[in-house]
Design a protein around this ligand. Structure first.
Ligand SMILES: C[S@@+](CC[C@H](N)C(=O)[O-])C[C@H]1O[C@@H](n2cnc3c(N)ncnc32)[C@H](O)[C@@H]1O
Length: 323
């Protein structure tokens, strides 16, 4: 039986932490108007909210899920933050990947404790947080960011939530390549991911996973066109629409506001350079290409016959052009 302590996730509470708030815990103050404040508990710490300041000394020893009071007498619940709460609490210097997309990316890249995953750009560290959460405690995220101001915000965010030990951060432009190799997966959230596919190949282990999030269809088409040249197969493009509901038993119905579009998710696998890409395109694309070829052959034959008829040759029945 393996030593379980070696495999425990950094956010798995110990027996003591499971019951009560302790110094060093990541905690969330949850107010009755559903505002959330995530903070690392420190004996001298204070979390300021619109309902007054909450002294951490008053929180230490409280049972998780119980009421605590601000200095001006407002109640709040003290809870352990979820990964979604943590991601939403990050300071933002860029748009972050939504938790719904991050969760699915982790699943589709098949990440687990021990995985090695390469990422660019880091941005505010939103996705980095979800990746690190998935690969900890024995894996590593190698994340790349070109802008120093953005890189610094992400560094502070990751340190604040305690995930820095599972992330190696690089301040660099991926135009020069990635600073990691033998990765199980590479994820790109940059404007022109198709420009970096040669670098992605070099960073990935054979057969590794690739994904990218793109806000516009034009970008998706550019990326799809580049996959053949760089030998990526098993391609899919997906979009997640999340619908929330008003959890009111007497009047249960969808929320009034729906986030229509966050981004297209593109997934692919890196295959051997010796493979003939024509064999490994999606069946839909193979069928379309076969149809185009048949159409071109029939049109050529129709032209040849028309020329023969015009020259006084024999008459032909109509050719069946594909529909
Ligand atoms: C939309 S943000 C990423 C947000 C991030 N996924 C998150 O969830 O917080 C895109 C980031 O990519 C960075 N970036 C763009 N091109 C880059 C490149 N060639 N090399 C490194 N970083 C790049 C930008 O500076 C920006 O911070």
């Amino acid at each position: 039986m393996p030593d379980q302590s070696e495999f425990s996730h950094p956010f798995s509470p110990t027996d003591g932490e499971r019951q009560r708030v302790q110094a060093g815990d990541l905690a969330m103050i949850f107010t009755s108007d559903y505002k959330r404040f995530v903070a690392r508990i420190h004996p001298e710490g204070v979390t300021h909210t619109h309902l007054g300041a909450f002294r951490h000394a008053d929180l230490i020893g409280a049972t998780w899920g119980s009421t605590v009071k601000s200095q001006i007498g407002y109640d709040a619940l003290v809870l352990q933050p979820s990964l979604t709460d943590i991601m939403k609490s990050l300071k933002r210097s860029t748009q972050i990947i939504y938790p719904k997309d991050a969760a699915y990316i982790v699943h589709r890249l098949s990440l687990r404790a021990g995985s090695r995953v390469v990422e660019a750009g880091t941005g505010s560290g939103g996705l980095t947080t979800a990746l690190a959460w998935a690969v900890a405690p024995s894996g590593m995220v190698f994340t790349h960011e070109a802008r120093e101001d953005i890189y610094q915000v992400a560094r502070e965010n990751l340190a604040r939530v305690g995930l820095s030990p599972f992330v190696k951060m690089f301040l660099c432009d991926i135009e020069e390549g990635f600073r990691a190799e033998d990765a199980d997966a590479v994820f790109l959230d940059v404007r022109e991911p198709w420009r970096y596919l040669a670098h992605v190949r070099r960073a990935l282990r054979p057969g590794g996973f690739f994904a990218s999030l793109l806000p516009t269809a034009n970008q998706v088409i550019e990326l799809l066109r580049a996959f053949d040249e760089h030998h990526f197969a098993d391609v899919s493009v997906e979009e997640l629409i999340l619908r929330s509901y008003k959890p009111t038993p007497e009047r249960f119905r969808p929320d009034d506001n729906l986030i229509g579009h966050t981004g297209y998710l593109v997934f692919a696998r890196c295959i051997d350079l010796g493979e003939d890409m024509a064999r490994w395109r999606q069946p839909e694309r193979q069928r379309y290409e076969a149809r185009l070829q048949t159409q071109a052959e029939l049109e050529a034959e129709a032209r040849r016959r028309a020329a023969e008829v015009a020259a006084g040759g024999k008459k032909y029945p109509k050719l069946p052009l594909p529909g």
